[in-house]
Design a protein around this ligand. Structure first.
Ligand code: GAL
Length: 582
């Protein structure tokens, strides 16, 4: 019985989700350019621009609508379309529908995306009070979010209207507190709050999770084909990045991006420290691209290339947000660089992992599907020129390799060390082709898409800790500090909290699993480490460690790494040098 349950749970962990977004979704969304002041004509003009520029062929295939499309919720619960914005939605019988709009996009070969809300009220009702396109009617009619309407709204948007992609925001859970002016004046009902920005308490996070879990259930009921992308938009709040991979195709890890270098880096950082949470079907989302805006416009091409490089190395969704009808060719070329897109869309789905960080410079490496190939971003975050040197060994590659700069298209052989001079705010994105340093050997930290976090042990984190820590990290401790094993530095490994359970997808491809495991610092008290192969215990040790593990895993599909500590006690643990051998 237990074996069955384990197998079923693991099938769920790795199984069906990939159908919705095997690689990070790519497309266009009007929000950054137009906010709610967009209409069908502008969207169709951008869809045409995607085709004309070749961006559609390069992979940008979702055309999405954001906040503002809804006019009112009728007394019978059905949402009416704002037909002044979507004229095709006014049907001859007087009813309204988004189906004609979806059909127009489908006819052009695009997938169609729509926007909704997990609470009762939408973001624009709090933050765009001067918008001419706010929901209308009495208080109930203006409750345009899915709260209390999940089944009917999902049936309407994804069933009747046939949208392929649903972005679901969360302002309704955060911004309708009694003291907000738009609540005090009686125009909106009080809600919670269940989200207090920057203060993710565990109980509220569970409630938010339950709402999105409910939504996923409705989506699967309406579209059992699994063809719908659910984009969770809770801006990294409510501990969302720890649980959203169970329901969403992607989830925002940070606040709204702004067209500034600082905001772009902040959002990048929020995603890049979470490689073990992403993989085919479930992606960290640092928000839409700001190419074409502010510090990423045609006067800032180095920054624009850096932005695109960082999203690609992070396996982030690539959703353009500028008005493409006026996008300069130089920026179209950046968005459309096929080699950069190929890195973002690499079928293995391993997100990049930071392998070096010193001052303003950072190196992020991403294992690609082709053997011996890595994508590497060498990043200059600062405003002074820098030189970055990277030993190939740090990429787990043998000394001789070919390095191709996917922006300049220059290719060269390197021996031992890659050295690159970077202008201020420049990122070099390299495709490195070499041979594995140790044939048949891969660190788990190089293969993040093979990891699923089944339990993260994060219940012990205080609200303040939960805002900054990442419960399961590659090459770092959950606190964000460098990874250690009883105080000694660890270069490659997985940092976890006691109380965690990770599943590694082996698919019968490996022969041995090797690791040292132990508390990151000297500690007393009960700790147990366990390794299970397809549900069967193959290793167990009681005590803080460190202790060596070397087990055969021939034919094993899923390996679980389990740590158990004293309930309520915070202990950081390192799976140091955790590696799979063929
Ligand atoms: C924000 C969201 C933005 C946009 C906006 C619409 O919460 O992060 O991407 O959708 O709401 O009001």
């Amino acid at each position: 019985m237990r074996r069955l349950t384990v197998t079923a749970a693991l099938a769920l962990a790795f199984g069906t989700a990939a159908a919705q977004a095997p690689t990070p979704p790519m497309g266009w969304n009007p929000w950054n350019a137009f906010h709610t002041e967009v209409d069908e004509a502008k969207i169709m003009a951008n869809a045409e621009a995607l085709r004309r520029t070749g961006l559609a062929d390069a992979g940008y295939r979702y055309v999405n609508m954001d906040d503002g499309w809804w006019r009112t919720r009728r007394p019978d619960g059905r949402i009416e379309v704002r037909t002044s914005m979507f004229p095709s939605g006014a049907l001859p019988d007087g009813s309204t529908s988004m189906r004609p709009f979806v059909d127009r996009l489908h006819a052009l070969g695009f997938k169609a995306g729509i926007y909704s809300e997990i609470g009762r009220n939408a973001c624009s009702q709090a933050w765009d009070r001067h918008s001419p396109n706010l929901p209308e009617g009495n208080t109930a009619a203006r409750e345009i979010g899915t709260y209390g309407h999940q089944a009917a709204d999902v049936a309407l948007l994804l069933g009747e209207w046939g949208f392929d992609y649903m972005k679901v925001d969360a302002c309704g859970l955060a911004d309708f507190t009694p003291e907000q002016p738009w609540v005090r004046d009686g125009t909106h009902r009080v809600f919670g709050p269940w989200i207090v920005r920057g203060k993710p308490d565990a109980e509220s996070a569970r409630r938010v999770e339950a709402l999105y879990a409910g939504l996923r259930k409705q989506i699967d009921a309406v579209r059992p084909d699994g063809g719908v992308v659910l984009s969770i938009c809770a801006w990294g709040e409510a501990r969302v990045a720890n649980w959203a991979g169970r329901y969403g195709s992607s989830w925002r890890t940070s606040p709204d991006i702004e067209p500034t270098w600082k905001s772009m880096l902040l959002n990048f950082d929020s995603a890049i420290k979470r490689p073990l949470y992403a993989g085919p079907g479930h992606w960290n989302d640092p928000d839409m691209l700001e190419l074409g805006h502010g510090e990423f416009d045609e006067k800032h091409l180095a920054e624009a290339r850096a932005h695109m490089s960082l999203w690609a190395i992070a396996a982030a969704p690539l959703v353009l947000g500028a008005d493409l009808t006026r996008m300069p060719q130089a920026l179209i070329d950046i968005a459309g660089n096929r080699e950069v897109i190929a890195i973002d869309q690499d079928p293995a789905g391993h997100q990049g992992v930071t392998v070096m960080r010193a001052g303003d410079t950072q190196v992020v490496a991403r294992t690609l599907a082709a053997s011996g190939q890595k994508a590497v971003a060498l990043v200059n975050r600062g405003s002074r020129p820098r030189t970055v040197t990277l030993p190939l060994a740090r990429l787990q590659l043998a000394p001789a390799a070919t390095v191709r700069d996917v922006w300049t298209k220059r290719e060269r052989g390197v021996d031992g060390v890659i050295s690159v001079e970077l202008a201020p705010r420049e990122t070099a994105l390299l495709l490195v082709r070499g041979r594995p340093l140790r044939p048949g050997h891969a660190y788990v930290s190089e293969l993040p898409a093979r990891v699923r976090v089944l339990e993260d042990g994060s219940a012990v984190l205080s609200t303040a800790q939960a805002a900054g820590w990442v419960p399961v990290q590659a090459n770092a401790a959950p606190s964000g500090k460098p990874l250690t094993l009883r105080g000694a530095a660890v270069a490659e490994g997985i940092g976890v909290l006691a109380g965690s359970r990770l599943a590694l997808r082996l698919d019968g491809e490996f022969a041995r699993f090797r690791s040292r495991v132990g508390a990151t610092t000297a500690t007393r008290g009960a700790l147990v480490y366990r390794v299970l192969a397809d549900g069967k215990p193959v290793f167990e040790h009681g005590g803080p460690g460190p202790v060596d593990i070397d087990v055969a895993v021939d034919g094993v599909k899923t390996l679980e790494l389990v740590t158990r500590g004293e309930p309520g006690r915070l202990v950081e643990v390192a799976w140091a040098g955790a590696a799979l051998l063929r």
